[in-house]
Design a binder for this molecule. Structure first.
Ligand SMILES: [Zn+2]
Length: 119
């Protein structure tokens, strides 16, 4: 049995969704698929693009351009609520008047289809 990474089903899902939207809009072709992906979403953009070419081959999504907007993970200070980018090995709040600690947030875990462009 061929081994498939977990990007396969999620890519298939995106293509099905895009094909359904194309049909709703009477579009002949999906020109672009705009995705939002947090760096911590658990999926690899390269694998999605790889599977896309295979799965989309016989669909209206064939040759669509995949645009991926990458989101950097952010922490939220547990004292002042400040949102800040995570730095390697540093979790302290960058606000000089605050001794708070950054806690994980959902920023950076996004994974969704933002929009589609049709032809
Ligand atoms: Zn703070």
């Amino acid at each position: 049995m061929e081994h498939k990474m977990h990007e396969y089903p999620v890519t298939e899902h995106i293509i099905k969704l895009a094909c359904a939207k194309a049909a709703e809009n009477n579009a002949n072709r999906v020109a672009a698929i705009n995705l939002v992906m947090g760096e911590n979403c658990g999926y690899l953009p390269d694998s999605i693009i790889l599977y896309f070419d295979i799965i989309a081959a016989d669909t209206v999504c064939k040759d669509a351009k995949i645009n991926i907007k990458s989101i950097k993970p952010k922490l939220r200070c547990n004292v002042c609520g400040n949102l800040f980018l995570r730095q390697p090995f540093k979790f302290g709040c960058p606000n000089p008047d605050c001794n708070g600690t950054g806690e994980p947030t959902d920023i950076g875990r996004e994974f969704f289809l933002e929009s589609l462009e049709f032809e």
